[in-house]
Structure formats: C-alpha cells, structure tokens
Design a protein around this ligand. Sequence first.
Ligand code: ACM
Length: 534
Amino acid sequence: PLQPGEEPSYGGFYTQDDISEIVDYAKARHIEVVPEIDMPGHAQAAVASYPEIGCVDALPHVATGGVFKNNTLNPGKDVTYAFAEQVLNEVMDLFPFDYVHIGGDECNKSQWKKDPDAQRKMQEEGLATEEELQSYFIRQLEEIINARGKTMIGWDEILEGGLAPNATVMSWRGEAGGLTAIRAGHEVIMTPSKYCYLDLKQGHDDLEPNLGYSRVLLSTAYNYQVIPDSLSKKQASLIKGIQANMWTESISDWSKFTYMNFPRLYAVAENAWSAPSRKDWDGFIDRLTHQQQRLDTLGVRYAVSAFSPWVHHERQGDSIRVRLEAEVNGLAIHYTLDGSEPSSATKLYQEPFALQAGDQLRTQAFRKGKAVGYPVAFDLPVHLAANQKVANQQKKNLAKLTDLQYARLTTADTNWQALPYEATLQLDFEEPTTVSSLRFSALRFTISGIYPPQAFEVFASTTASDGQLVSLGKVEQADKGKLQGRNKVACQLSFPPTELSRLQVKLQTFPVIPKGHHLAGRPGRIFVDELVVE
Ligand code: ACM
C-alpha cells in the first residue's frame, strides 16, 4: 500500500484540454470516442479522492495489486448521486456523442451489506438485494444521461438486479448477458472476453511477455461468430457491433501496449466489418503481411505469435512425444535436436517424433522461404530420473515430478506440483545411478502467494556412504525470492559424479506471506516442475 507522503508510481489523469484534443483528433477521422466512467464499482480512485462518497471503512489510497474490495461508491448517500450527476454532466460536455458508458461491472457489494447508509437506502426503496440496490443506482445514472438526450451503456452485470429501461448492454462475461438483453429488446455491444480481450495472452505462455491471464489467439479473435444462429434477423439487428478491450492495468509501456493490440485489433476489425460469408482466415494472413510492413516502417512493436511453432509434448514411455503446429496455415516448420539454429535447410517437421536423452529441441517456422514467428527453444530433457518414484514426507507419491511432462508458465498448467512452504521430496532409483546434477523450474506467481524456494538442499544415499544420507550441497536464493511477478525460476545444483540410489530435496520458502500482500499472513506455497536428474 501507498505509504503516507509516498509519490504514486501508477495512475494519472486527463485534463479537459487533453480530452478535447483526443475528441477532435478522432472526430476528424470519423471516430466517436465513448467515455466509460466506471460506477459504482472499480471506483477506488474516486473514493480515495472524495472519501465522503465511499462506504464504511474505505481506504484513503488507491489499492495496489489489482485487488478490488471496498472500492465502490456508496449508493446509500445523497452526496454520491450529486457527485455522479456532476461528473456525468462534465463528461457529457466533453464528449459530444450519443453514448456514455457507466461501467457497472465487478462491483464488490460485500461492504454494502455492512454500510448503514446502503442498508437504509434498501429499506426506503423496498430493495430486496444488493443487486437490486446496484440497479436502483444505475437507473438514477440513466436518468441523468437520458435527460441530456443520450444513451447509457453498461456492462452485463447491470442485468443482475433488473435492467434500466433504455440501457445498451455491453456483454463481456460471455455472450449470455447480451442475448438476455436482446430478448428484452435492448441494444447490445458484444465483447466476450474469450474472443475480444486484447489484454490476454496471444500465444504459448513461455513465449509471450509476462502479461495477461488466459488466452485469446489471433485466430480465436478472427473466428468469433458475432451473431449466433439462434437469433432472428430482427433480434440480430440489436447487436450494434463488437468491441476489443485493451485494459492497461498491467501494461507498463507503449511497446507492450502495441504488442498486445497488433495484430489482434486487425482481426477484430475485419470480423466487425465483414459479412460472415466474406471472412477468410488465409486471406487475412496474406493481407496481414502488408500491415506488418507498415508497422515495421512505423517502428511499432507487434506480436508474431500466430506464426510461431507451438510445441505440444507429452510423455511416451521413457521418451517425450513432440507435435508441432502453428495457427497460420501452410508454414514450413523446421527443427534441430542438437542445439543448433534451425534453418530452412534443417529437418522439416512432417509428423510427431520422440525426444531422447540429450536432445535439445529448437524450432522455427518459415513462410515463402523467410523465417517468421518466434524462434522456439524449449528445455524438455529426457533425464535419468524419468518415471522414478518420488514421495513427500507423508509418503504420498508425487508422480508429476518425474513424469516427463513439463509445465507452462501459468498456474493453470496441472503439471506443476504444488507443495507447502516447506517440503522434503524423496526420489528412489530402481538401481544405483551415477548423477552429477539436479535441476528444476519453480514457479514465481506472487499474486497467488506462490514463491520459488528461498533455499533448497540436496541429500543422497550414495554407494560410497553405504546408504547413509549425505548432503550434496545447498542453494540459497533468498534474494530472488523477494521479487514480484511471475516467471519460471531455474533452480540447479551440480556436484561431482556420484553413484546413488536415493536423492532427497529439502525446499523452503516464506512461511508467512508478507504484510501488504492481499494474502498477508497465509503460508507461501512452492510450485515445482520436473526434478531433472542428469
Ligand atoms: C471488465 O472487463 N471488467 C468489463
């Protein structure tokens, strides 16, 4: 949390002159800018600045870490409605267009249940639930907007407590909200997150910048069928169009912003403006090549994820079966297994193949003879402990640690083995084996309280020690453990070649998540991928 007197490192504002400049610039290009003033949720900046419009116990600063609790306007206070009216009128003066978006999404109503003003308002107005209280609030906003002859847009949550009479609904949590609104005769803008969110990853988790939860591929955005077959022509006419959302809370600079927008924005635009029968994925890719040249000339960073080989891999006995593909059709995918750089002269991928011990996969796609997409070099070692038995101190079998199934950089990948903040892993070899290193990836995903080990120590029952456990070495990485964010942390211990029958790994991370974290006070966790023994 922001400390008293600390300079904020995040945020900002537009002046009225800035807004006029943006509106005029867009207008000259036949574009109307629709403002969204998110109410009653997502309003912590307003609450921090004007505490009188917040709920009981609201914080006087802007929350960090993407946490939204007690960040709503107070729908029980007259001063809130006066504030909203002033703000909306100022906004409507600045944006001389027909639509005003009031948000309405992700409003955490837990504080409304405790807030005396919110509860009194519910009694006075005969509102049975907090959702109805939200709808009451939104209806007041709609009156302010309609009084100026304009139309209110709100996210699909505004359906929950009863829809305001003239509202246009923006459907983001899927298409269902939009379809319900259409059946009630309302206009709709479709922006389902699965197809239209440009803040999500657009490729393999290990190749993309460290941005975005979940995934929207270029082809997913392109292939979104906007008008479902279930709608009549008349109903379909209520869909005004689609919107792409580029939320910038995790975008720290301009090049990340353009990277996430391009080329997916072209896909959304072509989808929005083309008759379904004219859509043509391969044709789109041909046209995209010209757009890429324009972006190159302008020095704009963009993604080439759709042109990159996607490495699918799974255990097949004592080896790993690899299948390569790309979203874009007709690419020639070349690869090498000896660590050298792939070229159009190295092996052409034709069918799935098996990785053996020592193989180092590198792959690159080519189009019309030119390298396209990202070069891919995934570390997928077939190693000495493959399929050997691993257990924790409770003797529970942890097969994920030696199953040759490697995890992607996401908590959603079930190949990570979740461990408590302190764990002892015991790996038993079927027969004595000579070993000189142990390595593994640990996930750092601090928003979920997942930390790499601050330290780990490796022990072994060796032939020389007559089966007694002896320490092979300890790795301390307390410095790295304090970093924020998410990535794979490479953990490795090398030692002189040792014949052994058992390895034991002791790991530890934060027993208590530090103050200031939204999970403060809870124990940290460790996520470990394959225990690679070589
Ligand atoms: C939204 O993405 N919360 C509308």
